[in-house]
Design a protein around this ligand. Structure first.
Ligand SMILES: CC(C)(COP(=O)(O)OP(=O)(O)OC[C@H]1O[C@@H](n2cnc3c(N)ncnc32)[C@H](O)[C@@H]1OP(=O)(O)O)[C@@H](O)C(=O)NCCC(=O)NCCS
Length: 405
């Protein structure tokens, strides 16, 4: 008998799913009851391997997971729903965002449950391949974009004691829709918008000033609501004001904090070069190997060439990164010559509301920051030791937004 959508989601312990599923549910279930879901057949993945070389490492994991899902009617129904969502380019990304992966009742590993989103995203590979081919991208770039989807398996395993599963269905939509590319040491994201709460101005000498815009600041100059900056006393809303001749606003300092006194910029001398919503190239740092400064320089040069060749109409205004790696405190904790500090130094930092938890996921690989006991964190590297001491002292590393031109 067909369960209701709510019953189905309860059965697989899925706490969040797209509201839109209420509309498509009956059709998708009718189709499932008549034809099953092709992604529960291991041969589906052999076919993807043959056509796109999609699985350099984990083909067997995908096939075993598909066989396991085939034995669970509930999971197979959810897979059919996910496939209906992801096969529709108009809704795929939004639905992926609105969906939280199913869990087992006792939280124990289960291949079928934990790999469900990994199986589902495979239905997007033919679309992705066609899109990137149609854009005229070289074969090696397309191959890398397809094969990177498998990384969700290793990223999950890293965070779950080696058990296979799939991490970040929504993140990988960037690859599916051709927004994210691996270039040498970094991943670059295009069709992204600047989200810093600032207007950035340049003068004829090439100097830049960032004025805070549309952000409420804590008295310390950090975004109000950041960890340890929650009290509203002497907080203020910073906005850039302008008339015919000047812009007036609160500038960011070199630590990414906003100063409490305003500056005035003459429109004769200064030009607005970047503001919220502008197109930018967002840089992401995959966790494979060190962040050598030369490799980053090479990557930036290659990125400019890549964009000039394949996306000549993408009129980006600058480079951007939002990361814990940009917190200027790291230069003090690790020394200014560390790769992390040198990477951060490329960017002009901007505070934003940050819970200060990113390092638990990215450095200590904890799936849930709320469950972290700081006293038990490892101290194998300089970073781990410095972070542990920093958090034990009640401090934290903030996620910071940064830009350069
Ligand atoms: C970004 C990254 C590649 C930098 O590594 P790196 O080049 O080794 O950085 P540094 O040279 O500045 O490291 C200084 C020290 O911290 C250690 N360290 C750096 N990153 C570490 C990490 N993620 N986990 C544990 N230790 C780390 C280094 O081993 C070194 O310590 P050591 O001298 O005792 O060996 C690394 O931190 C990483 O892989 N991070 C995960 C990915 C990530 O966070 N991406 C951004 C998401 S927003």
């Amino acid at each position: 008998m067909r369960p209701t959508l709510e019953q189905l989601m309860q059965t697989v312990h899925c706490v969040k799913f797209p509201a839109r599923w209420a509309e498509i549910y009956d059709n998708v279930m009718e189709n499932f009851e008549q034809n099953g879901c092709p992604l529960t057949d291991p041969a589906y993945y052999d076919d993807l391997q043959e056509r796109y070389h999609a699985f350099p490492q984990y083909l067997e994991v995908y096939k075993q997971a598909a066989t396991a899902v085939a034995k669970s009617e509930s999971l197979a129904r959810v897979l059919a729903l996910l496939v209906a969502s992801l096969s529709d380019p108009d809704h795929a990304w939004g639905d992926a965002k609105a969906f939280s992966a199913p869990k087992t009742a006792d939280g124990k590993p289960d291949l079928a449950t934990d790999m469900l989103t990994g199986l589902a995203i495979c239905c997007q590979i033919p679309y992705q391949h066609k899109l990137l081919t149609g854009w005229g991208l070289p074969e090696d770039v397309i191959l890398r974009s397809v094969q990177v989807l498998e990384k969700g398996v290793s990223e999950y395993a890293k965070r779950h004691g080696g058990a296979p599963g799939y991490h970040l269905l929504e993140w990988f939509q960037r690859n599916i829709f051709g927004h994210l590319y691996r270039i040498h040491r970094l991943e670059i994201e295009i069709f992204a918008n600047f989200s810093g709460r600032a207007k950035i101005f340049r003068n004829s000498k090439g100097e830049h000033v960032a004025l805070a815009h549309d952000i409420v600041l804590h008295q310390s100059g950090r975004a109000l609501g950041c960890k340890n900056c929650e009290d509203e006393a002497r907080s203020w809303l910073a906005d850039v004001r302008e008339n015919d001749t000047v812009w007036v606003g609160y500038p960011y300092d070199d630590q990414g904090l906003v100063k409490p006194t305003t500056v005035t910029l003459s429109k004769k001398e200064w030009q607005l070069v970047l503001e919220y919503g502008d197109p930018i190239v967002s840089l992401h740092i995959p966790a494979d190997g060190r962040l050598d400064a030369t490799a980053v320089d090479e990557t930036l040069a290659m990125t400019k060439e890549f964009l000039k060749t394949y996306f000549p109409h993408y009129a980006y205004k600058g480079f951007y990164c939002g990361s814990w790696l940009l917190d200027p405190q790291l230069a003090t904790l690790l020394g200014p010559d560390s790769n992390i500090a040198r990477f951060g130094k490329r960017f002009a930092p901007l505070t934003y509301k940050s819970d200060g938890n990113a390092v638990f996921g990215f450095v200590f690989l904890k799936p849930d920051p709320k469950e972290v006991d700081i006293t038990t964190l490892p101290e194998n590297t300089r970073l781990e030791r410095a972070l542990k001491a920093h958090y034990l002292a009640g401090q934290c590393i903030y996620e910071v937004k940064g830009y350069f031109f």
